[in-house]
Design a binder for this molecule. Structure first.
Ligand SMILES: NC(=O)c1ccc[n+]([C@@H]2O[C@H](COP(=O)([O-])OP(=O)(O)OC[C@H]3O[C@@H](n4cnc5c(N)ncnc54)[C@H](O)[C@@H]3O)[C@@H](O)[C@H]2O)c1
Length: 248
């Protein structure tokens, strides 16, 4: 129970990788606010049924009023916020296409969640972490940033922005004892990718050094590490968890 008495917010936790993060943090003793634009209740109920503490919050992270509400309701319910996992993104619903075919509306919508969403969640939560002089912020980027990938330029570039925000926020928040790091998963078989089919995953497997598929649960250990005192002297870093595909 490395996170006993800690309180975490996990965005994009109704399904997929975020749901695995929420369950993993709860297994380590954290109370978890399960945040998503989809119904967050099934993930929250699964945590409660296993004896953990969870709060379901249906929130759109691209809306400032709602991200403030996310922080306030978490504080009202659990009294503090120690960990913020910025995992929500437009990812699973992306239809891959050449960059010339991406519309300005699609570009702006994706950025409003993948980039502005993180800005707004940090803006809502950081004042409380500053006041308590501690906090762990973990942002979801992707191995795609290190490799460059075709057919979803808006997504790949948004994950580059996440790396830049991680480093700049680490600089601004370090003096308050707040760690800001990022996780960069490789191609992971979340529900979103299982629905998409196996082709992309087979390509990933071919160039992966560790020759097996990557599942959401494979990412949880890194999230626990970045959330726990074990990583107290680490900030502004990006940890690639991709079975050995990209290097930096
Ligand atoms: N699956 C992979 O291969 C992979 C690889 C690298 C990085 N990632 C990243 O990991 C994270 C999770 O990916 P996933 O595979 O579980 O995909 P996913 O699309 O299933 O998960 C994204 C979650 O964010 C939620 N979300 C979207 N817009 C939102 C909004 N405005 N407000 C609140 N919640 C919103 C979705 O409803 C969904 O539950 C994403 O940040 C993704 O970019 C995934």
């Amino acid at each position: 129970m490395r996170l006993k008495d800690k309180v975490a917010i996990v965005t994009g936790a109704a399904q997929g990788i975020g749901a695995a993060y929420a369950r993993g943090l709860a297994r380590e003793g954290a109370a978890v606010a399960v945040v998503d634009i989809l119904d967050p209740n099934p993930t929250a109920k699964a945590i409660q049924d296993s004896g953990g503490k969870a709060l379901a919050l249906k929130i759109d992270v691209s809306d400032e009023k709602q991200t403030q509400e996310m922080a306030n309701k978490t504080l009202d319910t659990f009294g503090r916020v120690d960990i913020l996992i910025n995992n929500a993104a437009i990812y699973g619903t992306i239809v891959r296409k050449k960059f010339e075919e991406i519309t300005v509306e699609e570009w702006d919508k994706l950025y409003s969640v993948n980039v502005k969403g993180i800005f707004l969640c940090v803006k809502a939560v950081a004042p409380h972490m500053k006041a308590q002089q501690s906090g762990k912020i973990i942002n979801a980027t992707s191995s795609t940033f290190f490799k460059g990938n075709e057919d979803f330029l808006h997504y790949v570039s948004s994950k580059g922005a996440v790396v830049a925000m991680t480093r700049s926020l680490a600089r601004e928040l370090g003096e308050y004892n707040i760690n800001v790091n990022a996780i960069a998963p490789g191609q992971t078989l979340s529900e979103a990718n299982l629905k998409r089919g196996d082709k992309v995953d087979s390509n990933s497997l071919r160039i992966r050094l560790l020759k097996r598929r990557l599942y959401p649960e494979d990412l949880v250990g890194t999230i626990i590490y970045l959330s726990s005192p074990d990583s107290d002297m680490m900030t502004g870093q990006v940890l690639l968890v991709d079975g050995g595909t990209a290097f930096h």
